[in-house]
Design a protein around this ligand. Sequence first.
Ligand SMILES: [Zn+2]
Length: 247
Amino acid sequence: MSAQKNRFGLSRTISAEIKRSVRQACGFGCVICGSSIIDYEHVDPEFSEATEHCAKCIALLCPTCHGYVTRGVWSKQKVKEALASPKCRQTGFSFGSWDFGMNHPSIQFGGLTLRSCIVPVLVQQTPLFAIQRPEVEGGPFRLSANFCNSNGNLILQIQDNEWQASSDSWDVEFSGGAITIRERRGQQCLRLKADPPYGLVVERLDMLLLGKRFIGSPTQLEVIAPNRKMTFTGTIADECVVGLALM
Ligand SMILES: [Zn+2]
């Protein structure tokens, strides 16, 4: 697909800069429904008539909404109207959901591995992650979590496996099963990857929560509190009520 060109010689490949501008304008989700699972679609003009990739002509569309339009169930005018007033800019978030199957999800949190914990991480009586058992037999385990950026602002909320990513962030990118949230160019305040159906992996973190700074990488977690710094690496909590409790 990427090698395809239209009659004006325009390639389908859209630069990373233009894609980011489109994400920012659309609030990081489908302009019609707000889903985080998106493709970049030329809307006005359509790709066949486009002579350049300009951010304000391109919409984020999820495969479902795109299908309604390409099959003629919804009008192209509906997409143009949604591009002018994107769903995520109305609601303030894009959304999606994780699949953990019927297993108790495990969490990789920087250098910590947290398996079968009810509250994998507790910060001053507030669960950073919490996992509830299935409501009905055969139902899914339900994970909830809250993540802030380095200023302490809520950027991603997970409630019973459904996530909402704030449209106030500088950039939210969902790709390859991972959500990456940036506060500025070249920085990642959160990179969260699905490991379906086993759990979640927090690959990068730069978060201020309840007066503590959390710096996470794939191999270690640093927690910096006033007058104290803790480093966790290669730590495993298995079958605990609380995996890690920070006072
Ligand atoms: Zn949609």
